[in-house]
Design a protein around this ligand. Structure first.
Ligand code: FES
Ligand code: FES
Length: 153
């Protein structure tokens, strides 16, 4: 099929097998290797991207489902402040989980703003609960997410 998708603000048309994973099309066909593969089965969140503003595990999404959608990956615009907070807090080590954490943090921060809810450490933990990190530990990650949601960067 011909996939029509907007990726990080740019309209793309790609010839793809409809059941290929969105993760692979982003990384292999479009060269957007910022999105990582961890478990490959929807458990770790390393492959998180935004599809029409909703955070999804791209390893679970058949690419046909993204047809006509707007996809945002960690390479897209608008992640600068989140990256800065992660750097300030030292919230990355091997980096495999980091793009997914950053995408999820942005989605959560935007949700807080849209809902007018007060961000807290507990809420940050809940928001990032589906994203696993096997090395840094969650303290720094959750602090970076909270700082981002509070918009203090
Ligand atoms: S690689 Fe997709 S959830 Fe782990
Ligand atoms: S920094 Fe290595 S898995 Fe999170």
């Amino acid at each position: 099929m011909k996939l029509h998708v907007k990726v990080n603000g740019v309209a793309r048309v790609v010839e793809v097998e409809p059941l290929r994973r969105l993760l692979d099309v982003l990384r292999v066909d479009l060269g957007l290797t910022g999105t990582k593969e961890g478990c490959g089965e929807g458990e770790c969140g390393a492959c998180t991207v935004l599809v029409d503003g909703v955070a999804v595990n791209s390893c679970l999404v058949p690419v046909a489902q993204a047809d006509g959608c707007e996809v945002v990956t960690v390479e897209g615009a608008g992640f600068e402040r989140v990256r800065e907070e992660f750097l300030k807090e030292g919230a990355a080590q091997c980096g495999i989980c980091t793009p997914g954490m950053i995408v999820m943090t942005r989605a959560w921060a935007e949700r807080c703003r849209a809902e007018g809810s007060e961000p807290s450490l507990d809420a940050a933990r809940t928001a990032l609960a589906g994203n696993l990190c096997r090395c840094t530990g969650y303290g720094a990650i959750v602090r970076a997410a909270l700082a981002c949601a509070k918009g203090r960067a």
